[in-house]
Design a protein around this ligand. Structure first.
Ligand code: FES
Length: 523
């Protein structure tokens, strides 16, 4: 379509504004002191008619939410998305419009620019609008995630965040053809919104070292150990520069993640999820994703330096030598410290295969989540040193599922994985209610549970992305664990079912106030 005759000039002069319809499009014609203009009549915010707006000079205000558009420049002065405008000319008393379609590449570039602005503004409605527009342009909507990763890359002060850790799981939903379009778009919206939140306000000033060094696994591990980000990044760049990834790259990343009981298990979870993310989106996201991971590994808090977890490394290093081998028993973990839990499994090591110990630990971690003491989790009485919540319990499962990838890449990592799982179980064991009635949470099988849980997570009511990220991560971790450890499946699924329906609290302001009063009183 090119130039077409749409209206009489005198009619527009008399009315001031007119709406014409062409091929299903509503177009607004406006007569201003600065000339005539033609725009889409649907406001790019929520679609209300701009013909009902207020005109002041050349500025048109949509009266629904006060977005303002400069008709002469096309700029959106207040609000977000751009207003579509059409070239206009007057000929022999008639108004003609050029309705030639904008080339798809140009429209796509505009949508991607809008998406980046929406990330910057943390405007989730617009993130979804622009992603939906990508789909209408014939571009894969998942490309929005690639754009978000690239945009976030230099804004991640401490590397990988929880937003990244949830991406592969949300992408599983996005790729599920049995789900309705809104649920699949919602999954992308969770990714984009969470990335936008995690880097909120950060300037693009946290770029990575650019030097490339020849890949060497031992040097990489040493660099992470001494918190030398520049060298770790240089070595990773060297690995990525090879025509094919070095065969030991994944195993080395897992080894780095498990070298300490680090960051409440995030190091391992981030490593597994980063590799899965690259597997889903392709090698073009490998560099931003892996460099962010290297930074996260460098910055990870080494919790095994704390007294409670200090036995981790000695027990790992002596794993295959320790003494008696009592029978495996998940009940043994119900009330233990981290030290005791590590001692228990170290005693099992000589005569029980790692996978069998893993199964017992998974059962124990799931039992804890199933019996989490909710009144205590919500209590204002928690001490600063406790501060335990629902998400802490889920980490036993998400960490275990992430560990399956680690030991598949390198079976020598079993002791590290098992001992760290024991640490989780030890730290959570004080906050369970063994008498809790758990029958209501039992489920009848993996597939019915997955169908029901998918409905829940795609229609969750969580205000904070950190919670929805844990819902989706725990759900898929549970499915993986139920398949890998069938004996633990009933407890794993029941525990996850309970968590998915738990009344999660975003904040506990009175507890925080109480903790700060106590802290300041002892300064
Ligand atoms: S619909 Fe126009 S500003 Fe919201």
């Amino acid at each position: 379509m090119a130039w077409i005759d749409v209206a009489d000039r005198n009619a527009l002069r008399a009315a001031g504004r007119l709406v014409v319809r062409v091929d299903g499009r509503q177009i607004l014609l406006v007569d201003t002191e600065q000339g005539l203009f033609a725009t889409a009549n649907r406001c790019p915010h929520e679609g209300y008619p701009l013909s009902e707006g207020t005109l002041a000079g050349c500025t048109l205000t949509c009266n629904w939410h006060n977005w303002k558009f400069d008709l002469s420049s096309g700029e959106t002065l207040v609000g977000g998305d751009k207003l579509t405008r059409y070239p206009l000319r007057v000929e022999a008393g008639r108004i003609w419009l050029d309705l030639t379609e904008i080339p798809p590449a140009e429209r796509r570039a505009a949508v991607l620019a809008g998406l980046v602005q929406a990330l910057r503004d943390r405007d989730q409605q617009r993130q979804l609008r622009e992603t939906a527009r990508l789909g209408r342009l014939g571009t894969k909507p998942v490309d929005a995630v690639r754009v978000a990763l690239a945009w976030a890359d230099e804004r991640l002060e401490y590397g990988t965040t929880h937003a990244f850790a949830a991406i592969p799981d949300w992408l599983r939903l996005q790729a599920d053809p049995t789900l309705p379009a809104d649920a699949r778009l919602m999954a992308l919206g969770e990714i984009l919104g969470h990335i936008g939140d995690d880097v909120a306000g950060a300037e693009a000033k946290f770029g990575f070292a650019t030097e490339t060094q020849a890949w060497d696994a031992q040097r990489f591990l040493a660099a992470i150990e001494r918190e030398d980000e520049a060298q770790a990044v240089g070595l990773l760049r060297g690995a990525l520069a090879q025509p094919a990834w070095p065969s030991d790259l994944a195993a080395t990343l897992f080894a780095a993640a498990l070298d300490h009981y680090a960051d409440f298990g995030h190091s391992l979870i981030y490593t597994t999820q980063t590799l899965r993310l690259i597997g889903r989106l392709g090698p073009d996201v490998a560099e931003p994703a892996l460099l962010a991971l290297a930074r996260a590994l460098v910055y990870a808090q080494r919790e095994d330096l704390l007294p409670e977890f200090r036995d981790y490394r000695p027990r790992r290093d002596a794993w295959w030598q320790s003494g008696d081998a009592p029978a495996l028993d998940a009940v043994a973990f119900r009330r233990t410290s981290a030290k005791q839990a590590m001692a228990i499994i170290a005693a099992w090591a000589p005569s029980h295969p790692p996978a069998a110990i893993f199964a017992v630990l998974v059962e124990a971690a799931a039992w804890q989540l199933l019996h989490a003491d909710q009144p205590f989790l919500d209590s204002i009485d928690q001490k600063l040193s406790e501060n335990v919540g629902w998400l802490d319990f889920t980490h036993g499962l998400t960490f275990a599922a992430a560990g399956l990838d680690a030991v598949e890449a390198d079976p020598s990592l079993w002791p590290a994985l098992l001992l760290q799982l024991a640490c989780f179980i030890g730290r959570n064991s004080r906050y369970v209610d063994p008498e809790l009635a758990t029958e209501p949470w039992r489920v009848t099988g993996v597939q019915p549970f997955l169908a029901d849980a998918t409905q829940r997570v795609t229609n969750h009511g969580q205000g904070r992305f950190i919670f929805s990220a844990h819902l989706i991560k725990t759900l898929f971790a549970a499915i993986e664990l139920a398949e890998a450890v069938p004996a633990a499946a009933p407890t794993v699924l029941a525990a996850t079912n309970r968590f998915l329906q738990a009344p999660l609290r975003g904040r506990n302001p009175r507890r925080t106030a109480r903790q700060m009063l106590a802290f300041v009183a002892e300064e």
